[in-house]
Design a protein around this ligand. Structure first.
Ligand SMILES: [Zn+2]
Ligand SMILES: [Zn+2]
Length: 172
């Protein structure tokens, strides 16, 4: 006969793998432990889903940025006007970290030389002039409005976005 996990007395189990006897005190402990375990499971599941959104976000940015680099391959750097050459970046006007609503907005991301994007922190003053020339003042204003909206992506949306841009890249 097993011993109760709470009172340590021997008892006759009525269920398979029963760890507690049926004394009211012991049942109380049993119930609270079971609740705790199911919460731990839920928490673990939630964490793994959060990780997946972050992973998908990264994967989506890689595909989206690749599409921007192909789109802009024959254009000069958006902020300094120099020829892009072999190695260049997809430069965000509104940084992707703090502006999720425009992370995947084609108006917000343009081919940019490495010097401007990585060494001059985006060369933002000249970026504003360059982007206005490309998309026009109206769309730039819309972009500014959209940039500060709160936006969260679901895993489903991100998967769709990845598939969409992969398909688009194939046709470019
Ligand atoms: Zn007991
Ligand atoms: Zn540049």
């Amino acid at each position: 006969m097993p011993r109760c996990k709470n009172c340590k007395e021997k008892f006759e189990p009525v269920r398979f793998n029963q760890k507690f006897c049926l004394n009211p005190e012991c049942v109380k402990v049993w119930v609270s432990e079971a609740k705790d375990q199911s919460w731990k499971k839920t928490k673990k599941k939630m964490q793994s889903e959060i990780e997946t959104v972050q992973e998908l976000m990264k994967a989506a940015q890689i595909v989206f940025n690749k599409h921007i680099r192909i789109r802009d391959k024959d254009r000069p750097c958006v902020s300094c006007g120099s020829k892009l050459g072999d190695k260049y970046d997809a430069g965000h006007y509104f940084s992707s970290g703090g502006h999720k609503a425009v992370t995947f907005d084609e108006d917000n991301v343009h081919g940019q030389c490495v010097a401007c994007n990585q060494w001059k922190h985006g060369n933002l003053i000249n970026y504003q002039l360059g982007i206005q020339e490309r998309i026009g003042a109206d769309r730039l204003l819309q972009l500014h409005e959209k940039a500060n909206e709160t936006r969260k992506y679901t895993r489903e949306e991100l998967r769709e976005l990845i598939a969409f841009y992969k398909e688009k890249i194939k046709k470019m």
